[in-house]
Design a protein around this ligand. Structure first.
Ligand SMILES: Cc1ncc(COP(=O)(O)O)c(C=O)c1O
Length: 471
């Protein structure tokens, strides 16, 4: 059997990997047949031998659509197909290549996962090295990497945030944080914010702020109050007797909403006065995304519990975590070490990825780059908003989490596919479909930002021409 040809290894997307090379690589995989270990059910592509590159790509596209339609999620498959979603086969740095070898600048960024870009070489190297030693934890022995990654997170986190629990996703981190709040305070209720997004497991769903995601799953947790985001009046009264106030320092899925400075400070004070815990959900905003190491640093606030995921993965292995201050942790778990556990959580591969991710973030100056490139991106979006006021209501954001609010949801269905055609990915925010979110890797450079802005401008312009005024 012929062997799998090696993928090109440029770090910054496209720097030394041309789309042609990527196409060759993906179709080589198909033509050569995958290596033994990838055959059968694990094979990345169909076993059928296609005749040429274009036919191979077409075959893969059709196979993937069909598998989604038959075995994954038929309505999702239809929507993705209608909006022209390609089939992704390879990624490096800021770039994803599709099955036909076309390159896309990834400004959807896995909804914030790829802070370091795709397949950052230092994360890949750390995970590869760990894979040769031990992949998952046997659970009955001490795991040195878990100790190390927890120590590093405590060093980087603000104030006396110290004890961390490691899991595999954002929603699990949130679930753990709200359980800790109940156990620590002996109180049941939560205060959250309208339009918030905290995940889709039952607890996280309850404190999230979108009714349509909740209705089919009622009854949810009882007694959750949702207050308007960014306003602290009424917060203290709502927090009387509550276990915690959970809040995103910048709302991501709610439409990229940046609260006024002082909002988290006011929340901190309200929590201190009422004995409720302050939980900062930094799953999307943490680790440099907003131009701060943690977005709550913008307000100089130390929460009692902070949740993380997305960027913590280094874009390579799924990781989630929450970290708590000793007073909160001890009140919940000092006498009950097994009250909250996860079989896969804190596994060696995940810890190696997270350690490398935190190292790269600091060593490569990515937080500063998020600020600089974020300002460039936001300025550019605001300029486009002034050129097309009938399409764009507002552009806003912090660091490299930028939202473009459209005057009508209808424009988005045109603009995002147009950007895709131009080779740039973008996405809606989950709770506000009128807002297009741009959150590229923090390694993005000035030229790539300009390419994305040009694609956005062209998409907005053709949407305006083809749809006219929607209001
Ligand atoms: C702030 C916030 N919390 C929690 C989550 C849920 O994370 P996951 O999708 O990994 O479960 C998200 C996902 O977008 C998020 O943005």
């Amino acid at each position: 059997m012929r062997r799998l040809s090696r993928a090109p290894s440029a770090h910054q997307g496209g720097a030394s990997t041309t789309p042609k090379q990527a196409a060759r690589w993906s179709t080589n995989m198909i033509e050569a047949g995958a290596p033994d270990a990838l055959q059968g059910h694990n094979a990345p592509v169909s076993a059928q031998e296609p005749r040429d590159d274009a036919a191979a790509a077409q075959h893969l596209v059709e196979e993937t659509y069909e598998n989604y339609r038959r075995y994954v999620n038929p309505p999702l498959a239809r929507v993705m197909k209608m909006s022209g979603s390609p089939v992704e086969v390879r990624a490096q740095g800021c770039t994803i290549w599709d099955a036909r070898g076309k390159a896309y600048l990834d400004f959807a960024g896995g909804y914030g996962v790829f802070t370091l870009g795709h397949r950052h070489p230092r994360v890949i190297a750390a995970v590869r090295a760990q894979l040769d030693e031990m992949a998952l934890s046997g659970k009955t022995m001490f795991n040195p990497l878990l100790g190390r990654v927890a120590k590093r997170l405590a060093e980087l986190a603000p104030g006396d945030l110290q004890y961390s629990f490691w899991c595999n996703s954002g929603t699990e981190a949130v679930e753990g944080a709200i359980k800790l709040a109940r156990a620590a305070t002996g109180r049941a209720t939560f205060v959250a914010t309208q339009d918030a997004y905290h995940g889709k497991t039952l607890g996280a769903l309850t404190i999230s702020g979108r009714q349509s995601f909740q209705e089919r799953f009622r009854p949810l947790l009882a007694d959750v109050v949702h207050l308007p985001y960014g306003r602290s009046d009424g917060l203290e009264a709502a927090l009387e007797g509550a276990a915690a106030f959970i809040v995103e320092p910048v709302q991501g899925e709610g439409g990229v909403n940046v609260p006024p400075l002082g909002y988290l400070q006011a929340a901190r004070q309200a929590c201190d006065r009422t004995g409720a815990l302050l939980i900062a959900d930094e799953v999307q905003t943490g680790l440099g995304r907003c131009g701060y190491r943690f977005a709550c640093d913008r307000d100089g606030v130390v929460p009692d519990v902070m949740t993380l995921a997305k960027g913590l993965s280094g874009g390579v292995v799924p990781v989630g975590a929450f970290i708590a201050r000793p007073h909160a942790w001890n009140a919940a778990y000092a006498k009950a070490p097994l009250l909250h556990t996860s079989t896969f959580g804190g596994n060696q591969l995940a810890c190696a990825a997270a350690l490398a991710a935190m190292e790269v973030l600091e060593d490569e100056g990515l937080i500063e780059n998020a600020r600089l490139r974020g300002a460039q991106l936001l300025d550019g979006c605001r300029q486009i908003a002034t050129e097309f006021p009938e399409v764009i209501a507002e552009a806003r954001g912090l660091g490299l989490l930028v939202g473009v609010e459209l005057t009508s949801e209808g424009y988005g269905g045109w603009i995002i596919p147009e950007m895709l055609k131009a080779g740039v990915t973008a996405a809606w925010t989950l709770n506000q479909q009128r807002v297009i979110r741009l959150e590229p890797p923090l390694i993005v450079d000035a030229a790539q930002i300009e390419v994305a802005l040009a694609a956005l401008r062209a998409g907005v312009s053709t949407a305006r021409q083809n749809l006219g005024r929607l209001l």
